[in-house]
Write a protein that binds this ligand. Structure first.
Ligand code: CMP
Length: 816
């Protein structure tokens, strides 16, 4: 038989084998990867070498070896699916919250691990430092899937998972990037300086990110033009993952790994919403599938080399493997106990409990990526045979050690730390839900039985809850917490529902979803307080908003800020809808679950959120009336079109109309929907002439003077509660209010100034510090006049001067 036929036969048989192993691993309660390695090693022994080859080995196993997957094959075939699948499940919006910490952890972890392992190993085994460092980079990758699996199992707060997920992904990326740099040094045999290595590393990293981002955007654009065929959309994602990797790695000289990870994240956050409805699920399944194949094949293929490795094993190697094991542990411990607390001190990271840290330490299993890297080195011709053997034996030995020592003991460790069970609070929620739903089942059952006339035939106990369970005791705080968590889930659902109904754009939906995860985390950690604190934080300005605001204030650019304020309003409107819906949800569903007392508290928390949302909306309503009215109208239109569609669809489902009629109706509806995609224009009212006309003080000025004045004044927008002036500061400018209001805080009360008023003149006239705090009450448009211009203006306009001086005198008297 031809080698190809044999190889296909071999691969297919392997896949059957791995599939069978999944339930076996579950049954035996051992990690799947451990089983894979065992089976792989056994196969390796069966295959034998040379004369000792068994029949099975000859026909089944050795053809795979003969197929000779080249070194690069392991990287180019197996890495993209592993990385892309990992990146797809990251919650990007929330990752951005912690991006500094994640990057620090990831890059820090890799550098610390590589250096520690490299140096220790070199000392212990006396091998060349460069080779040991390369090994250090190889073993610095962690097994994302394993770590995450643990976290899912123990129900860690989702923020923690997001950090770990992000960390281990970027960790892989950083480690591989470092690996590539070191490998380059080894094969080219030239020593780069520290600076040029850092430069190369940065170029790989940043270049990879840019490439991944750009390519994912292109993929997104392509997908939105393919118009809704699931198979092609999924194909694009697979093809792009490989294309991006190859482009980065082989053509552009940037990190293909980082590019793929970045692209996957852009896919998950951005491209996802361009897919046709219902495609996301199948797409994820496809990637899970590819990831499964890649992981299992890598493990089996590598483990098949175990006999060869064992054959070459020497006593000194065992010492080396132990050295790697211990130094990698030490490096990670230094990070968890040394660096993390420092980060928490500076508010960059939330403190982590000792138990979690222990699990993270012991649970840092090494997996497919380490193996793939080791395999690729072992096939790299330009490295000496000795070094290749050393790297392969060490890396494989280390992976096996983590798999056979750390993995099986992880579960007992978690049991010991009591991390493997539902927390008592979660258990009580579970019991309560079970009791309630069983109660409902019983009622339905009784109804059905009555309808069927078999009431008597029902066993007396069917559907009943066992005694005791039903009254699972929960404190009110626990109930409130449970209620808030349920609300968080509903909020997430609502965001998707609104998106599907075309009520909101995908950015807003995404933001609502990320926000709901944050309030849920808050509730999980601190109950109502945490919930409300997170909700308040959610209303803080986004970094884009802050940037846009800064650009307006600094350079007078209004476009971006108008866009961001419009976004804010849109988001608040949706938030208001969501909160109303949640209120109803508490009454209809949650109250029953948590009891009336707790429900009251939950509603009070919701009310708190509602209030701050309403206030924020009110501030916008006051200043941008036309815009907010138009936006509300647009929402109503969208809502009605959504209802219309549901109506048509209902009629179609009931066969009241044919699909042709439906299409025709829907076409018409879509036509009316199209203009609703564009948002009404928001005019910030920051045009100079318009603003000047609002200040009555300038009414008497003539054309030429107005023009001169216009050159002296700069329009600036202030946000609600933003401080304009602080008591005691030196004064170098004064302000005219074109629109909006400010509060002048002069103890014990405050004075409100509105459109046409001015302030900040006293410090300029008297050369004394500011005598009051001035705070913008809403969105306020101010015209700013600098001291130099102030003096020029007063000199040339005695009338203006008198008016301002008079006001200053009066105000100063009031202040004293
Ligand atoms: P200045 O002292 O430069 O900074 C604070 C400003 O608050 C002050 O100028 C006045 O413009 C304003 N201010 C102080 N007291 C009053 C007041 N009683 N009524 C209105 N505005 C005031």
């Amino acid at each position: 038989m031809s080698p190809v036929v044999l190889a296909v036969f071999g691969f297919a048989t392997l896949l059957v084998l791995v599939s069978v192993l999944v339930p076996v691993a579950k049954r035996l309660d051992v990690p799947f990867t451990v089983l894979l390695v065992l089976v792989g090693a056994t196969l390796g022994f069966i295959a034998g070498e040379g004369d000792a080859q068994s029949a099975m080995g000859r026909y089944l196993v050795s053809p795979l070896g003969e197929l000779g997957i080249p070194a690069e094959g392991f990287l180019y075939i197996f890495l993209p699916p592993l990385l892309f699948a990992g990146g797809l499940t990251v919650d990007v919006r929330r990752l951005v919250d912690d991006i500094a910490l994640v990057m620090l952890l990831a890059i820090g972890a890799v550098l610390v691990c590589t250096a520690t392992v490299g140096v220790v190993l070199s000392v212990v085994t006396g091998t060349d430092l460069l080779i040991c460092l390369l090994l250090g980079a190889i073993v610095a990758t962690t097994d994302t899937a394993a770590v995450l699996g643990i976290f899912r199992d123990i129900g860690a707060p989702s923020r923690l998972s997001v950090i770990v997920e992000g960390e281990s992904l970027f960790n892989d990326a950083a480690a591989i990037a470092l690996f590539v740099v070191l490998l380059g040094v080894l094969t080219r045999k030239e020593m780069p300086g520290v600076l040029s290595s850092v430069g190369a590393f940065t170029k790989e990293f940043v270049g990879g990110m840019v490439l991944g981002y750009a390519m994912a955007k292109i993929a997104g654009w392509l997908i939105s033009h393919l118009r809704g065929v699931a198979v092609t959309e999924i194909t694009i994602s697979v093809a792009f993952a490989y294309l991006i990797f190859v482009l980065g790695q082989a053509y552009l000289g940037v990190s293909g790994i980082i590019a793929v990870v970045t692209a996957a994240m852009v896919f998950a956050s951005d491209v996802r919403t361009r897919l046709s409805p219902g495609t996301w699920g199948p797409l994820l399944t496809t990637w899970k599938q590819l990831e499964f194949w890649a992981t299992s094949l890598i493990f089996v293929l590598a483990a098949m080399l175990t006999p060869r490795m064992l054959g070459q094993l020497q006593w000194s190697d065992i010492a080396g493997i132990a050295a790697i094991f211990l130094s990698a542990l030490a490096a990670r411990a230094a990070l968890l106990w040394g660096m993390l607390p420092v980060l928490s001190r500076f508010g960059l990271a939330q403190p982590m409990s000792g138990a979690y840290k222990l699990v993270l330490l012991w649970g840092s299993l090494r997996g497919a990526i380490t193996v793939a890297l080791a395999l690729s080195v072992s096939e790299t011709e330009s490295i000496s045979a000795d070094a290749r053997r050393f790297i392969f034996v060490m890396a494989m030995g280390y992976v096996l050690a983590t798999l056979f020592i750390a993995a099986p003991t992880l579960h007992p460790l978690m049991k010991l730390l009591k991390l493997d069970k539902l927390t008592p609070e979660e258990r009580r929620v579970r019991d309560r839900v079970m009791a309630l739903s069983r109660g409902r089942v019983r009622e339905n059952l009784a109804q059905a039985a009555r309808a069927l006339g078999i009431a008597e035939a029902l066993p007396p106990n069917s559907g009943r809850v066992e005694g005791g369970r039903q009254d699972a005791w929960m404190s009110r705080d626990d109930l409130v917490r449970a209620g808030l968590i349920v609300l968080g889930n509903r909020e997430t659902e609502l965001s998707l529902e609104y998106l599907q109904r075309g009520l909101v754009g995908r950015h807003v939906a995404e933001r609502v979803r990320a926000d709901s995860a944050r309030v849920q985390d808050g509730a999980r950690q601190d109950g109502t307080v945490g919930y409300l604190a997170a909700a308040l934080r959610n209303q803080d300005s986004t970094w884009r908003f802050r940037l846009a605001h800064w650009l307006q204030r600094r350079y007078g650019w209004t476009g971006l800020l108008a866009e961001e304020i419009a976004n804010r309003f849109e988001f608040l409107l949706v938030e208001q809808m969501v909160l109303r819906e949640l209120m109803r949800f508490v009454d209809a569903n949650v109250a029953e679950l948590i009891g009336p007392d707790a429900a009251l508290i939950v509603k009070a928390a919701l009310d708190g959120r509602m209030q701050s949302t309403n206030n924020a909306i009110e501030a916008l309503d006051l200043q941008y009336t036309d815009f907010t009215r138009a936006m509300r109208g647009r929402y109503l239109d969208r809502l009605s079109l959504g209802l219309e569609e549901a109506e048509y669809r209902g009629q179609l489902d009931q066969s009241l109309i044919s699909s042709e009629v439906f299409e025709d109706l829907d076409e018409d509806r879509r036509k009316r929907q199209a203009p609703l995609h564009t948002r009404p224009e928001l005019d910030l009212g920051l045009k100079l002439t318009e603003m000047l006309s609002k200040v009555s003080l300038f009414a008497g000025l003539k054309g030429a003077d107005i023009a001169k004045l216009g050159q002296m004044l700069t329009p600036k927008l202030f946000l609600p509660d933003e401080r304009v002036l602080r008591t005691g500061d030196p004064g170098d400018r004064m302000y005219f209010i074109a629109s909006g209001v400010v509060d002048v805080h002069i103890a014990p009360n405050s004075v409100r100034l509105g459109s046409g008023d001015f302030f900040g003149e006293i410090a300029l006239l008297t050369d004394k510090p500011r005598n009051a705090d001035v705070v913008s009450a809403g969105y306020t448009n101010l015209l700013v006049l600098r001291r130099r211009d102030f003096e020029t203006l007063l000199r040339s306009n005695p009338g203006l001067r008198d008016a301002i001086e008079k006001a200053a005198r009066q105000r100063s008297q009031q202040a004293t």
